[in-house]
Design a protein around this ligand. Sequence first.
Ligand code: 5GP
Length: 190
Amino acid sequence: MNKGKLIVFSAPSGSGKTTIVKHLLGQEDLNLEFSISAASRAPRGEEVHGKDYYFISLEEFKKHIKAEDFLEWEEVYRDNFYGTLKSEIERIWALGKNVIFDIDVVGGLRIKHKFPEETLAVFVKPPSVDELKRRLKQRSTESEDKINMRIAKASVELATAPQFDVIIKNYDLEVALEEAHQLVKDFISK
Ligand code: 5GP
């Protein structure tokens, strides 16, 4: 199979990485297709099965782990499992496209280690933990408890930033979008 490139975007929840990834997916020159992860959590808001995630039960998720169907998987939050199915990457490469991931820092670094040459690993840095808190509250799709769980994790995640190929500071969204586009463009044309 002809391998495309792998573009990983990782960051603490609320950093704006999903907004950046969605923007890049709309740029035809980048020839990107979104890696739809499997997740054991319930859909939030407008999320759609087979578009945002493959929403599966915890039991089904564990079956896939046993069968070694995942390229990487992670219990990102307690009882909330997320993972990239090997079949997903094969699906996208078969389309002749580059893969873009919106995944947590551990999963992102795992992909980088598995495919060091093909992967561009980007860390999206929020202005501050306080700003993260504000953004998560504004999103208001989750309970206070869940928001606190995400914030507690953010400090640990921020410490992994230096292990990525590049850090994008998302202080001004327009600037971050432009920078992300240029970075990916340069990487895929190598
Ligand atoms: P959310 O519940 O906000 O959609 O995602 C929670 C976290 O799990 C985010 O950091 C998200 O990027 C991450 N995530 C989503 N898919 C995957 C995946 O396939 N693997 C890993 N390791 N993390 C993922």
